[in-house]
Every structure is written in C-alpha cells, then in structure tokens.
Design a protein around this ligand. Structure first.
Ligand SMILES: [Zn+2]
Length: 274
C-alpha cells in the first residue's frame, strides 16, 4: 500500500512529464473507483495546462493554473503511469488523460479500485480536503510538529494506532509506523499518554527519518508500487523490521517478531523496543 514516500516518488517522476501540458482528451471506464467516476466532471479540464503537482500525505494532485485540478488517491493498488498513447492500455486502466498532440497519456490503473481520481474546481476545494488531514512529516513546520507531539502525549491509544491516524499526521502507514517505532526504540503497544516526552520527540524524529530515507530510495515496492515511469522503489532492502519476522534484529540479532494490532501486522524487536 503506497504511503507518503511512495506517493512523493510518484509525484517527483510525474512532475517533469506533465508540467505545462494541455489535457486534450479524457477517457474514463465505467467501473466505480472508491467513489463513482463522473466523466462530465472531467470536461472542465479540457484545453487547460497542468501548472504544477502537489502532495500532502497520501493525497496527490495536479494543479491547473488556479482553475482547480485533479485529486488522485492511489488507495491500495493504484498506479499513475505516463505511457505512449499507442502502447496497449494495461488491464484495470480506469482513467486516461491524453496530452497536447496525443503522443502520450496519463493512465490511472487500479486493479482493486480503492483509489480515486477526482477533479476539483478551486484552491478552496483542495484546501477543504487538506483541512481534514494532519500535517505531513515530510513537510511540516515546527509549530505543526509541536501540535502533533501534544496530541500524542494526551492520547489513550497505542502509538502504533496513533501514527496511522491520518487526521493526526499524514502519510504514515503500516510500513513506516513499524520502522519509526523500531528506530525510536519504543514498544508498539506503548500508549501515547504513558510515553515520556523525550520518547515522543525521538519518535517524531524517527518518523521524519524513515520517511525521508524512503523518498531517497524512491519508495518501497513489495508487489504493486511503481513510480510514474514504471520504476520500482529500492527501499525494501533498507527496512529494518517490516516483513522481517524471524530474521535477526539489525541491532541485537534476536529474531524480529510480529503482532497484530487493529487487524494489521506490526513488526518489532522485543529486546530493543521496550
Ligand atoms: Zn533488537
């Protein structure tokens, strides 16, 4: 499942390929994504240039010169690909935006259809969507970071659950929550209200670190994730606990363990994370 670093990797590979290009044609499949795709809502994009790309947490968007743009959520298996218009469309292609002279096109491919592609009409509309999202550790201000620290300090939830709450902070999913707790040497079952302030500061530093490193390595690919040019991420080799159950801890050599929290797996080292 793409998390903040994977979506940022898509954005970075997408940006140079779409900047300044005019959308000349939009095609949508008849299949419902996370929300129904209304082809009429795409009509207003026609003939407009893409003037930028943006990202907040797992939310990606294309900007169209102050006239709104397109929101893209990758869900579990979504891919945004720039491919020649003459190449066969991959199975499960649900939205196609053709550019300029029509030599290549943006294709949204999503086998499980938990993602979505939705035009928006103004910066205000985008702002409303972002207002419901917590700050992004890849881009947050010192003030936003302090606010998150305060929320963590007062929550009754486990730190693992809190990190996954996109209203609290944006872009951390199951992979990077496990990794950050390991780097910070904090047990995943620790509740926010029981953690010390130094431990919570260490945790937020670890969150920034694991997300930043994952962007450097162009994201983590287990099965589905590729960037907008079809390239796989290289971060899998750099994960220290995630999906490494039974393998030796990189710090103490004891086997990494797995537990289930809220129906999702957490990977951790019992000895290093207390
Ligand atoms: Zn260990």
């Amino acid at each position: 499942v793409p998390e903040g670093p994977e979506v940022e990797t898509v954005r970075r590979t997408l940006h140079p390929q779409v900047l300044g290009r005019l959308v000349s044609k939009v095609w949508v499949s008849s299949k419902k994504l996370r929300t129904p795709v209304r082809s009429a809502s795409f009509r207003r994009l026609l003939g407009r240039p893409i003037t930028g790309t943006g990202r907040h947490g797992k939310l990606l968007w294309l900007d169209m010169a102050g006239a709104g743009g397109v929101l893209i959520r990758l869900g579990m298996t979504g891919r945004v690909l720039i491919q020649p218009s003459t190449s066969p469309r991959p199975p499960h292609t649900h939205v196609v935006m053709t550019f300029d002279e029509g030599a290549d096109e943006l294709r949204y491919v999503d086998p499980r259809r938990f993602g979505e592609v939705v035009p928006f009409s103004s910066d205000d509309e985008l702002g409303e969507v972002r207002a419901n999202m917590g700050p992004d550790p890849l881009a947050w201000t010192a003030e936003e970071r302090r606010r998150v620290l305060t929320s963590l300090r007062s929550t009754q939830r486990t730190l693992k659950d809190a990190l996954l709450d996109q209203r609290l902070l944006s872009g951390v999913g199951n992979i990077y929550a496990s990794e950050a707790l390991f780097v910070a040497r904090i047990s995943p079952t620790t509740r926010g209200c029981d953690a010390s302030s130094p431990a919570l500061r260490r945790l937020l530093q670890a969150v920034e670190h694991v997300l930043t490193q994952a962007v450097v390595h162009r994201g983590t690919t287990f099965a589905d994730f590729v960037d907008a040019s079809g390239g796989e991420g290289q971060n899998l080799a750099h994960l220290q606990v995630f999906w490494r159950e039974g393998e030796p801890c990189t710090r103490c050599q004891r086997p990494v363990e797995r537990m289930v929290q809220g129906a999702r797996s957490t990977f951790y080292c019992r000895a290093c994370q207390r």
